[in-house]
Design a protein around this ligand. Structure first.
Ligand code: FES
Ligand SMILES: [Fe+2]
Length: 416
């Protein structure tokens, strides 16, 4: 498909419920909105940890998730029976945090540092130290408080609601699962993880990774020439889909040309893309497009750069090829104008003996770092403008439909 074939397309007009007017910024600016969002969204929606089951392969392997907006910390652990479970990271004696490392492994039980109470990996209290000194020792109910955990395609999700109102599969929806369920997530390994605490509201951060519009402007130095299209200069998207609460977009790119052109502005980019997986690698030449998951590069266009799958409320998958993708996890902080961004890149495993691929993987790390620093930088100025009160509404063009949709879905949930 060519971008010029889409000359008269206006995706937003196909969804009249979204409107076309300026968009208010309550969710970016209001502490009251933030309080309602805590209760209506983050304490009762399935949230993706962005971790995979193979990151905690053995009994006792665990990781900790901090959900600052809910003042919650949870530990997700693989049990002796191989089952992955979640618990509030709280000792039931006097509320001390049970686990402190972000990742770790224990031998069959968690032990609290304060007075030594212990818990099995299935959450059962197995030791109250000096038990005889308690007053009704046989009636101490001190099992860990469970958190609902479920897995889709190897990705671990959790829900802080003690009784989730829907299953993870109901939350994702059949359409999303049909489009992306056959993606070879299991053939990839995590190759880098960056984290940043930012003084901006969570929606500002969410929006920083949800449009293709900004790439040829903001990233003109770090990704030169990637998105310019002489065919249709003011278009960058081949496709958008609204998938219930979620959405997807597919974007034009000059990957093949950049990879082929060693005399371009960034010859090192071309070189790295030939020997490993980078932003310019043409994975379609390695795995034919018809074998890709139907949701990725859905128009099966030759000049394709990447797809975004936004999973409500706070996850963006950026598909970069047949088996390379990024997960951005955008978490609100403790206050409306703070947030935490964790970006993780997954790709095909790189053999340690393959020096060329290892070099390309290092090149990919610094490429993404440069891109993301540019994105992160924009969030700071935006929040200042919002908090000053001078900036009151956003004008969104047709190809920013994913922001318009995400904001409507969020407002509907928060104001319900
Ligand atoms: S608070 Fe954990 S054992 Fe006392
Ligand atoms: Fe960006």
């Amino acid at each position: 498909m060519k971008l010029s074939d889409l000359k008269n397309t206006r995706w937003t007009l196909d969804h009249p419920e979204l409107g076309t007017g300026p968009v208010s910024i309550d969710s970016y600016s209001s502490p009251e909105y933030f309080d309602r969002m805590r209760e209506k969204v983050f304490k009762q929606t399935w949230l993706c940890s962005s971790k995979r089951i193979d990151e905690i392969p053995n009994p006792g392997d665990y990781f900790v998730e901090n959900i600052d907006i809910a003042n919650a910390s949870i530990v997700i652990v693989r049990g002796m029976d191989g089952v992955i479970r979640g618990f509030h990271n709280v000792c039931l004696h006097r509320g001390t945090q049970l686990v402190f490392d972000s990742y770790g492994s224990v031998k069959g039980k968690f032990t609290c540092i304060y007075h030594g109470w212990s818990y099995s990996l299935s959450g059962k209290n197995v030791l109250v130290t000096e038990k005889e000194m308690f007053f009704d020792p046989d009636h101490i109910e001190a099992d860990l408080i469970p958190v609902a955990v479920d897995v889709w395609e190897g990705l671990i999700f959790y829900n802080l609601d003690p009784k989730p109102k829907e299953t993870l599969r109901e939350h994702l929806g059949n359409e999303l699962m049909d489009l992306y369920g056959s993606y070879p997530f299991e053939q990839t390994t995590v190759q880098l993880s960056y984290k940043a605490d930012l003084p901006c509201s969570w929606p500002v951060l969410r929006d920083s990774q949800i449009d293709g519009y900004h790439l040829k402007y903001l990233h003109r130095r770090s990704a030169p020439g990637f998105m310019e299209s002489e065919d249709a200069p003011s278009r960058h998207a081949y496709d958008f889909k609204l998938l219930g609460r979620h959405s997807s977009g597919s974007f034009y790119g000059n990957r093949a040309r950049i990879g082929a052109d060693l005399s371009s502005a960034a010859p090192i980019t071309a070189l790295a893309s030939r020997v490993g997986q980078t932003l310019a690698s043409d994975t379609a030449s390695r795995v034919p497009l018809e074998q890709w998951a139907p949701g990725v590069n859905p128009t099966k266009s030759d000049n394709w750069f990447f797809d975004i799958l936004y999973v409500y409320p706070n996850i963006h998958f950026i598909f970069l090829g047949y088996d390379a993708y990024i997960i951005h996890k955008m978490m609100p902080g403790k206050t409306y104008n703070t947030s935490t961004w964790n970006a993780r890149y997954f790709g095909p495993p790189v053999a340690s003996s393959d020096l060329a691929s290892k070099w390309a993987a290092e090149f990919m790390k610094v490429s993404l770092r440069d891109l993301w620093r540019e994105d992160g930088n924009t969030t700071l100025g935006a929040q200042k403008a919002i908090d000053s009160g001078v900036f009151k509404k956003m004008y969104l063009q047709d190809q920013e439909i994913m922001i318009r949709h995400a904001e409507k879905i969020l407002n509907d949930a928060v104001n319900s």
